[in-house]
Design a protein around this ligand. Structure first.
Ligand code: GDP
Length: 300
């Protein structure tokens, strides 16, 4: 993945240097940890996450177990891999489905993060898996948003619920609630609610998203974050965590060439798992996120 290319190169390089050693001295370990630290910081991984990560690697790499091992350097590589999986959220987390359908999935994030596109991707993916999703246009802020969702819905081959006269025009909370009633009536098993986002974190829109959350009691609230936004990712994620208390993260635009580290910090900083990755504009450019596979790709 281009986005983690330089991080990947740097980490691989620092671990390769280590492999030339037999026994590891404390200064070998410290040297490698310093290189890892620099590589992570240059990739925009947040300082708190870098500190946590390097402290854990250092402590484990200096343990007697590693020293006694036949190939200590290999052990350190393994430790780096495991700690990387840890900051990426550990185990893969699947979507929670409601016992009594419909399952409600709400999307939140800044404008341009990729929410509307994600709604289509998720719907198509769920449909392929035998579900009957319905999209809900509760982004009434952007003039074009409803139409854009309808287009995406058509591409995904699913129904889109859009506000109509008497159906809560102008009130996204009402639209979302009406949509869930409609889904129950028409026996859709999943409802995906697209919400409004602004270019920056915005108190009014955050309250609107919080109101939608309260009124619809979603099974999942997915926070969509553009991996290209760099250093702002962590602050944005924290603001959305405070505002809507999301249950999972979707990293979008992983096909880009940003350094990507900030997005990698989001799971660790918020304690919420990265559940999906978006890797392009097409509806099939989307996959569940596996922390262990991502760690292997980065260390490849
Ligand atoms: P929203 O404002 O959060 O609903 O964002 P949109 O879904 O409208 O996406 C904003 C722009 O980013 C659109 O031009 C999308 O085609 C594009 N986009 C969304 N996801 C991805 C992705 O994973 N990769 C790339 N390259 N572009 C994406």
């Amino acid at each position: 993945m281009a986005i983690f290319g330089s991080l990947s190169d740097r980490l691989t390089e620092s671990l390769k240097n280590l492999r030339t050693k037999g026994k590891l001295s404390a200064s070998d370990v410290d040297g490698t940890v310093r290189e890892i630290r620099r590589a992570l910081l240059e990739a925009d991984v947040s300082l708190d996450v870098v500190k946590k990560f390097t402290a854990a690697v250092r402590e484990r790499a200096l343990s007697d177990d590693v020293n006694r091992a036949l190939n200590p350097a290999q052990q350190v590589v393994q430790i780096v891999n495991e700690e990387l999986i840890e900051i990426l959220g550990g185990q893969q987390r699947r979507l929670e489905f409601a016992k009594n359908p419909p399952t409600v999935i709400m999307l939140a994030g800044l404008q341009g993060a990729g929410k509307t596109t994600l709604a289509g991707k998720l719907a198509k993916w769920l449909k392929k898996d035998g579900h009957t999703p319905m999209l809900v246009a509760a982004d009434l802020q952007r003039p074009n948003a409803v139409t854009q969702l309808q287009v995406v819905g058509e591409q995904a081959g699913v129904t889109t619920y859009a506000p109509e006269p008497g159906n809560g025009v102008g009130d996204p909370v009402k639209v979302a609630k009406n949509a869930i009633d409609e889904a129950r009536r028409r026996q859709f098993d999943t409802v995906i609610i697209d919400t409004a986002g602004r270019l920056g974190v915005d108190a009014e829109l955050m309250k609107q998203a919080a109101d939608i959350r309260k009124a619809t009691n979603p099974d999942e609230v997915l926070f969509v974050i553009d991996a290209m936004i760099g250093q702002d990712a962590v602050a944005t994620a924290k603001a959305f965590q405070d505002g809507v208390d999301f249950t999972g993260v979707v990293l979008s635009k992983l096909d880009g060439d940003a350094r990507g580290g900030a997005a990698l910090s989001v799971a660790s900083v918020t304690g919420r798992p990265i559940m999906f990755a978006s890797t392009g504009e097409g509806l099939d450019d989307f996959e569940p996120f596996y922390p262990d596979r991502m760690a292997s790709r980065i260390l490849d």
